[in-house]
Write a protein that binds this ligand. Structure first.
Ligand code: NOJ
Length: 715
């Protein structure tokens, strides 16, 4: 469109109407913060709101969009935004779980399906993907993103943006993506949500910014600044990052949308005295849209008359909002993609994808004596624990328009898969509270069973926003309950649902198998049954390090070497009460086959700077079941001008292997991917030796290693 349509509109708009385009209000229900909004209809009619969040579905969307395009003076359509984070009506696994699939094609496919469903419900913009690298599982929002590693985040983010946005936003089955929370939010001090962050510019550039860079390069339409401050400058007022980095360095041309009430919170942050100052700080830093704080509506006119902002600055933001409306095709088709009232949601069509995604998100952490898959003969199975038949919890933290009645629980899935087995169920204990009648009935059931499935963990609202924890243990009385069940000595498989790793080493010592299921979504129970019965081989791998104790946090594979690495010596970098190693390394995850790695080959050994290094390794499945393996490629530069992390992830590859099968996995590593910021933070590929390390996880003892050499100043 025409800049001309936008110019014409701008020339007709009053100041209030301009500011209205920068105002996003919540309608319907209000989810994450103080409930400020009520009925937004009046504001829409008066041109005081340019976008809304939390309105979806044919009749509400039609009604409110009609007010905008028929009853408001300038008839500008609204953008309707919604948190479609891991599904809309069909709920896919939480992002931390889906990350475990290590498959960009799957990540893209679930975003595409979510976009189709959301767009059919009138949603034009989602507040996702969430790309906050997080290395502290106390932080509840660790569940919303793809884990600890920036390389995984970059691939995950780009895949999600492609999935949400498709080829072009004027396709009415797409939604505009909003990458969030820019930037550093996952480094919240002590893992407490909304707390302050502080980090070196090197860490910012090496770890926290690259995921955003990747999402922007993929064409992401919007960016949301984090609630938090970075070294004292709240991100909502952070001009150097929101303008200098985002727009100038990263080339972002879209819309910046504040988080919920974050503009007004600049006062509480201690950088503004009133709403006018808060509004001016945010707008001048580069925040175009004020979500729900009212600071732009109430503060910008005042800020303008006090000379804190200029009309040109306001208009720059208005122009960006109108451009997004244009890209979305809203001016020509305000009901963009909206389904008819009677049309069914796409749930039935998307269930197979939800089942596949759920199957591939679960991580088999332990499987002593190959107790899984479950034997084929009829068994008496006891499912016990609070999460065995918990449809709401299966949906996880951001369940969109999902409905609990559509969730297939673990109990239902297993009963459908094994009608030949006698499968009883008793909760035994609540997630966070005692069970009426106590645990006796569950213990009785378990005692008499051939196999016990112990379904424990966190409720879905124990992770996510404002759900930080100081401990990584099993909530409530579940530890006692689990100990009592395990003490019965029956073969026991633990199905552990949680939004973060739980540091419960004793559980792994006693249980025969533990499957981490995070929150698997609408098809949780079918996916679990596929895996337990062996219809599918487990293939998920940990997208973050699993600690032994909360005291090890933050723990991640990309740490820098110490001058005194942990050893038997006393004065070394370690704890006196626990090993420094995690319970499970990043990338850990078992399958039913047994895969052996051999003969790593890296060619050429002295690559030129424009070469791609070919890395190949032989895999042999020595087990009796099929294997679904993920091969990880790490690098390390042992000597450089600035000490490099002990491992840096540069690639991964998924391979299926039948029993007895051998195959070579091949990964390609462009030499340019070895670049890192030098002492002056300028990125380059330093000459010298680089270790190339390949294996099934970030456990260094299991990695095969070769060295390549990059010549000084070579071409
Ligand atoms: C607050 C959360 O931080 C953000 O992630 C979300 O998109 C908004 N609320 C809107 O619900």
């Amino acid at each position: 469109m025409s800049g001309s349509r936008i110019d014409a509109l701008l020339s007709e708009m009053t100041l209030a109407e301009k500011i209205g385009q920068l105002n996003m209000l919540a309608a319907g229900f209000s989810v994450t913060g103080p409930i400020i909004g009520g009925d937004a209809t009046g504001a829409v009619r008066e041109g005081r709101a340019g976008s809304l969040l939390n309105v979806f579905g044919p009749s509400s969307v039609r009604d409110i969009q009609r007010v905008a395009i028929e009853e408001s003076r300038l008839k500008i359509p609204l953008i309707l935004g919604f948190d479609v984070v891991h599904g809309h009506r069909t709920v896919f696994p939480v992002p931390l779980g889906e990350a475990a699939a290590f498959d960009p094609a799957l990540w893209e496919a679930t975003a595409r399906a979510s976009a189709r469903e959301a767009a059919a419900d009138g949603v034009a913009l989602t507040f996702a993907p969430m790309l906050d690298v997080s290395r502290d599982p106390r932080w509840g929002r660790v569940v919303e993103g793809p884990g600890e590693d920036p390389f995984v985040h970059a691939l995950f983010g780009a895949a999600k943006v492609r999935g949400f946005q498709g080829d072009a936003l004027d396709d009415p089955s797409t939604v505009a993506a909003t990458v969030k929370h820019f930037v550093g939010y996952g480094a919240a001090a002590a893992g407490r949500d909304y707390a302050s962050t502080d980090m070196s510019e090197r860490t910012l550039r090496e770890t926290y910014l690259p995921p955003f860079q990747a999402a922007i390069a993929a064409g992401c339409a919007a960016v949301m600044p984090a609630f938090s401050d970075l070294s004292g400058v709240p991100m909502t007022a952070n001009g150097p990052l929101l303008t200098s980095w985002l727009r100038r360095e990263a080339g972002f041309e879209g819309v910046v949308i504040s988080d919920y009430n974050a503009v007004a919170e600049l006062v509480a942050h201690g950088v503004a005295t009133d709403l006018a100052e808060a509004a001016a700080l945010a707008l001048r830093a580069g925040v175009d849209v004020d979500m729900m704080s009212g600071a732009y509506e109430r503060g910008l006119p005042d800020a303008l008359s006090r000379g804190l902002v200029t009309l040109a600055e306001i208009e720059t933001s208005v122009r960006r909002v109108l451009q997004l409306k244009e890209r979305l095709g809203l001016f020509d088709d305000p009901m963009r993609g909206l389904r008819d009232q009677g049309a069914a949601p796409l749930l039935a069509e998307h269930r197979p994808l939800a089942r596949e995604a759920a199957r591939r998100s679960a991580v088999l952490l332990s499987n002593r004596n190959d107790i899984l898959p479950i034997a084929a003969n009829p068994l008496r199975i006891a499912m016990v624990g609070p999460l065995g038949d918990a449809p709401t919890d299966m949906m996880g933290s951001w369940s969109g328009a999902g409905e609990a009645r559509d969730s297939v629980t673990f109990l239902r899935g297993l009963r459908e898969a094994r009608p030949d087995c006698d499968i009883g169920y008793a909760r035994g204990v609540g997630v966070d509270e005692a069970e009426e009648g106590g645990p006796d009935a569950a213990l009785e059931l378990a005692r008499a069973a051939d196999l016990v499935i112990l379904a424990i963990g966190e409720a879905r609202d124990m992770s996510g926003e404002a759900a930080s924890r100081t401990g990584l243990d099993l909530p409530g009385d579940q530890a006692n309950f689990a100990r009592a069940v395990l003490a019965l000595g029956r073969p026991t498989v633990v199905v552990l649902s949680s939004g973060r790793p739980l540091a419960v080493p004793w559980l792994f010592e006693r249980a025969d198998a533990v499957l981490a299921t995070w929150f698997l979504g609408s098809e949780a129970g079918h996916a679990l049954a596929d895996l337990l019965t062996g219809r599918a081989a487990p293939s998920g791998r940990l997208p973050l390090t699993w600690p032994r104790s909360v005291g090890q946090v933050p723990i991640f594979f990309g740490e820098r070497p110490s001058g005194r690495p942990a050893s038997d010596g006393h004065y070394t970098s370690k704890y006196i009460d626990l090993p420094t190693t995690p319970l499970f390394a990043f990338g850990h995850g078992l399958t039913y086959g047994h895969v052996r790695y051999a003969s790593l080959s890296v060619e050429p050994s002295r690559p030129r700077r424009d070469d791609a290094i070919s890395v190949s390794v032989e895999l042999a499945n020595e087990g009796v079941h099929a294997a679904e393996e993920t091969v990880f490629l790490f690098v390390r530069k042992p000597v450089s001008r600035v000490a490099r992390p002990l491992l840096e992830l540069k690639g991964f590859l998924r391979m299926g292997l039948e029993p007895g099968e051998r195959a070579r996995g091949v990964l390609t590593l462009p030499v340019s991917a070895l670049a890192f910021p030098g002492p002056d933070l300028t990125s380059s590929v330093e000459p010298g030796d680089y270790e190339i390390l390949v294996g099934p996880s970030a456990d260094r003892t299991r990695l095969l290693r070769q060295v390549v050499h990059i010549e000084e100043g070579g071409a």
